[in-house]
Design a protein around this ligand. Structure first.
Ligand SMILES: [Mg+2]
Length: 419
């Protein structure tokens, strides 16, 4: 395996992305502790992202409103603006691309780049050029932290060491001892479960982990992933394997006036239509539909989840028929007085067009083909008008908006998610 002799990768992560975009767009929020909430009108909500001023006061992303208020009584709550974040993302990507090519967009606020020889010799100068470009052409309230290292995984960890607005450069000579004081939580691939497993194996710090052999990590991870992590942490040129597309799903926290069971069904219908629309666009078919919800009863929160096998489908009619069955089953379990706080649907067990053709041959269904043609015609019309002009059944998005276009770090919404 190749071991780079110089820095080869850059990892850039925007600082408090959603909150700083809000501060850039709304001058009254600048310099203030800001918490982004899913929508206005209820205090039974959580802060999903916060500004650096709020972080400095002890708030963190994903905290209940009550907790955030206790830590920072003057926190300003700002309802999310997903379409604004989407547009900021594209503007930032365009500006960074004028400085160097982007290798991969990892999430709405993270990108990676490979460095050419000139950039390898002057990472400080490169970081200054990127930050200047963003400040000048997008706005000075949106800052980023940049890590440079021999591989992407190390560059990502480096980028977390000097937040906000930092630059951290780890040369091959610094590896691996520079990692000794890094907490497990900052290492991609070590989640809570893996941390418990490591502790059970007597490994409680990065220095102990780094002293293990690749085979030992493979054993603890119970897969080659542990061994790959060892090589990444020791500065080898190794990259995580690409994961396959697994599902298309949407979930929505319901505004208080829509929490009664019968009000939730139309929202679930719209979520199914949105997910199916995305799935068709990406060229996939699903053979399972999940329906999940969170509800309150006896002063406690409960979860409900159910799923249904589908023929290999992608059209709205088939997906909505599946939802009807799942909804009937839900109604047998939850009374009409149940207060449903959140509903979500997922289309999964995906297959691509080739497998679909096989299904056509084995199990042809003329009706389904007609419904597929209807869905494609509807998609085409909606794309033409850039809105949900035609839908199967009613289309009345709940107050608060953002149905299916909600805030997400891992998926950059498309303009059509907001139709
Ligand atoms: Mg970030």
């Amino acid at each position: 395996m190749r071991k780079p002799t110089t820095i080869e990768c850059l990892y850039l992560d925007f600082d408090g992305f959603f909150a700083s975009v809000e501060q850039q767009a709304r001058p009254k929020l600048r310099g203030k502790p800001v918490g982004i909430i899913p929508f206005e009108g209820t205090e039974h909500t959580c802060v999903i992202a916060c500004s650096k001023e709020a972080k400095a006061r002890g708030c963190s992303n994903i905290m209940t409103y009550a907790e955030a208020k206790a830590k920072c009584p003057d926190i300003i709550l700002q309802p999310q603006s997903p379409d604004l974040y989407r547009r900021a993302h594209h503007a930032l990507i365009a500006e960074i691309s004028t400085v160097l090519p982007i290798e991969a967009v990892k999430s709405i606020d993270e990108i990676t780049c490979r460095l050419d020889t000139g950039q390898q010799h002057d990472p400080e100068g490169l970081a200054v050029r990127i930050k200047d470009r963003i400040a000048r052409y997008v706005g000075q309230y949106i800052t980023c932290s940049i890590g440079f290292a021999p591989n992407r995984q190390l560059a990502k960890i480096a980028g977390k060491q000097n937040k906000p607005d930092g630059v951290t450069i780890w040369h091959p000579n610094d590896i691996p001892h520079v990692l000794n004081d890094v907490p497990f939580a900052e290492v991609g691939g070590i989640g809570h479960r893996m941390e418990r497993r490591l502790r059970a194996a007597g490994i409680t710090s990065m220095s102990e982990l780094l002293a293990c052999s690749p085979k030992q990590l493979r054993k603890i991870w119970r897969s080659v992933t542990g061994e790959r992590l060892w090589y990444a942490l020791h500065g080898y040129a190794i990259q995580a394997q690409k994961s396959q597309r697994g599902m298309f799903g949407h979930a929505r926290v319901l505004p208080p006036e829509l929490r009664q069971r019968d009000h939730v069904k139309p929202v679930a219908r719209m979520l199914v239509i949105k997910a199916a629309r995305r799935m068709r666009k990406a060229g996939y078919y699903a053979s399972r539909l999940w329906l999940g919800c969170e509800y309150r009863s006896d002063q406690r929160d409960h979860g409900y989840s159910d799923s249904l096998s589908l023929p290999i489908v992608s059209d709205d009619h088939a997906c909505l028929t599946g939802l009807n069955t799942l909804w009937q089953r839900l109604c047998q379990r939850l009374s009409s007085h149940t207060r449903i706080v959140r509903v979500g649907i997922t289309l999964g067990e995906l297959s691509n067009a080739n497998e679909r053709q096989l299904d056509f041959l084995l199990n042809d269904d003329a009706d389904r083909r007609r419904w597929e043609q209807v869905s494609h015609a509807v998609d085409h019309l909606n794309a033409e008008y850039s809105k949900s002009l035609v839908t199967l059944g009613p289309w009345q998005p709940p107050a608060g908006g953002h149905l299916g276009g909600k805030i997400s770090y891992t998926r950059i919404p498309k303009a059509e998610d907001f139709w």
